[in-house]
Design a protein around this ligand. Structure first.
Ligand code: ADQ
Length: 501
């Protein structure tokens, strides 16, 4: 592959993530249809001009037969994607089990599941073994495709073992690892039975990145307290070898959102929404349906606001879009999804119950205060919603960054709406000066923030929006990816120099 102008790329970049950025649907024995997803990471890497990126990951489908695997591999190659084939048992133990039932809640301060509190329990041990095995399977695929000089960028909590597996394969490989979730305080991390193994495996990387300085600091503290290693301003040192640790706050492809606002379909959606909610202020929540997003807390705060502000009852509407997420893994049959389905169902019914109560209390025959949708929106609909919103509410209990807050800001250049943002989202560090920061556990505080946002003067909104818009449009996903990869290259060069000295 060449760059659009015909010149060669400076370097090859192997991006390794649990999921490939495609959805694959089998149409026949040897026929697959593929749809490229358009998430932040994809746009970020498409925008990186110097590197020729290839993706390595699981395609999200179970392909037990060789014919199907071969056909899928060929189809994916056109999209620069290389599949790792995981069977159902591994997916159950590694992905649903260790990743999403143990690491995800722990990293978001929700603790370990009760039955897994003891390292000796069978389920914990087998899930951890499957996690290591799956990481080795990813490493095997990377090593098949790796060429000297390539940069390998591993992503997220699914692949904490990968740096160690890769360095075992080739000590000189340039390996970076980035965490998209928070890294919790070392006091939380030390409750994890496999705490040391995971830290050591990550430290095998040359560069370790987090969204915020706080997460990086927590990681370094965990390494010093749990492993007894030395933390330095640069990272973590172990017997003269330095693993560089730093913050690389992610961004979005802001141009994509800004350009979308001009599309006829988006303009049409905006017009319809304006007519539909005319005379009312629009408040918006867009979240994956997940415990960490604080959806019940958000709705309860809105209820408190309506309770205490009768004037606003027929003048404001909250649109809450909550997309059920982990059900997008087709082969996670009911049995495998049990833990999530139960907790997602509990969360959904809890949210439905609160919404029903509030609409019953404050609704009229012609209008209800909350519209709650349990589904995903397509890109034009999402952009239109962001554009017509007066107040966006992000009340995550913990969130690595939270890109919804960035997307909202990118779509608000004509409206200058207000962002209410949880102080426990990584985005609070970058958009804090423009947003109203809240503790989502404090319903009264959030209710007051809603009042403050709805009553804010145009000058104040303008000032806050300017700050956030400048940040979102300058600290983009492309900049994030470029900075990480060039820092990784520099780190390796510096390490080689140190060895020579
Ligand atoms: P997520 O937890 O998925 O990502 P977030 O950063 O908010 O959280 O990104 C969600 C994405 O999904 C956004 O692009 C949003 O537009 C989209 N989305 C959410 N709900 C939707 C809906 N109902 N309909 C359509 N689209 C919807 C993880 C971490 C985050 C971190 C990112 C990137 O948990 O903290 O910011 O990775 O590192």
């Amino acid at each position: 592959w060449e760059r659009p102008d015909g010149s060669p790329f400076r370097q090859r970049l192997l991006v390794v993530a649990n999921r490939l950025p495609v959805s694959a649907v089998r149409r026949g024995e040897e026929t697959w249809s593929l749809e490229m997803s358009s998430g932040g990471l994809v746009s970020a890497l498409l925008g990186v001009k110097e590197f020729e990126a290839r993706w390595i990951g699981w395609a999200g489908v179970n392909v037990p037969d060789e014919v199907g695997q071969k056909a899928l591999t060929i189809a994916l190659a056109e999209k620069r994607c290389i599949p790792v084939f995981l069977d159902e048992e591994i997916v159950h133990q590694y992905y649903n089990g260790y990743c999403n039932n143990i690491l995800w809640p722990l990293f978001h301060y929700l603790g370990l599941p009760q039955e897994d509190r003891l390292a000796t329990t069978r389920s914990f041990q087998s899930q951890f073994a499957a996690y290591q095995k799956a990481n080795q399977m990813f490493a095997d695929v990377v090593s098949e495709h790796y060429e000297e000089g390539d940069v390998v960028w591993c992503h997220d909590y699914h692949l904490m073992f990968l740096p160690e597996c890769l360095k075992r394969y080739d000590r000189k490989m340039k390996v970076g690892w980035f965490l998209h979730t928070p890294f919790p305080s070392s006091e939380i991390h030390r409750t994890l039975p496999s705490r040391s193994e995971l830290l050591r495996a990550v430290l095998a990387a040359d560069l370790v990145g987090f969204h915020t300085y706080d997460y990086a600091r927590h990681f370094v503290s965990a390494c010093t307290r749990i492993l007894g290693l030395e933390g330095t301003p640069e990272g973590v040192e172990d017997q003269g070898r330095l693993t560089r640790v730093a913050a690389f706050p992610i961004g979005i492809d802001s141009d994509r959102f800004i350009r979308a606002l001009e599309l006829p379909q988006v303009q049409e959606n905006i017009k319809e929404l304006k007519e539909r909610f005319s005379g009312r202020k629009v408040m918006l929540g867009v979240d994956r349906l997940d415990m960490i997003k604080g959806i019940p807390q958000k709705i309860l705060a809105f209820e408190k606001f309506l309770e205490e502000n009768a004037y606003w009852r027929d003048k404001v509407v909250l649109l809450q879009i909550a997309v059920p997420t982990r059900t997008d893994v087709p082969e996670c049959r009911l049995l495998y999804m049990l833990d999530f389905i139960v907790s997602d169902q509990k969360l959904t019914s809890q949210v439905h119950e609160i919404v029903g109560r509030i609409n019953g209390r404050f609704g009229t025959l012609t209008a209800v205060p909350i519209h709650h949708l349990d589904r995903s929106l397509d890109f034009p609909a999402l952009c239109a919603l962001y554009a017509v919103t007066d107040v966006a509410l992000v009340t995550s209990l913990r969130d690595g960054m939270n890109l919804v807050s960035y997307e909202f800001v990118a779509c608000q250049d004509s409206k200058r709406g207000v962002l209410i943002l949880s102080e426990f989202a990584g985005a609070a560090q970058s958009l804090g000066a423009g947003a109203i920061l809240v503790n989502p556990w404090n319903i009264t505080e959030v209710a007051l923030a809603i009042g403050q946002a709805l009553n804010m003067t145009a000058e104040e909104r303008e000032k806050r929006h300017r700050h956030n818009f400048l940040h979102v449009t300058t600290h983009t996903a492309q900049e994030w990816a470029e900075t990480f990869v060039s820092e990784l290259n520099d780190t390796v060069v510096e390490a080689q120099q140190r060895i020579r000295e």
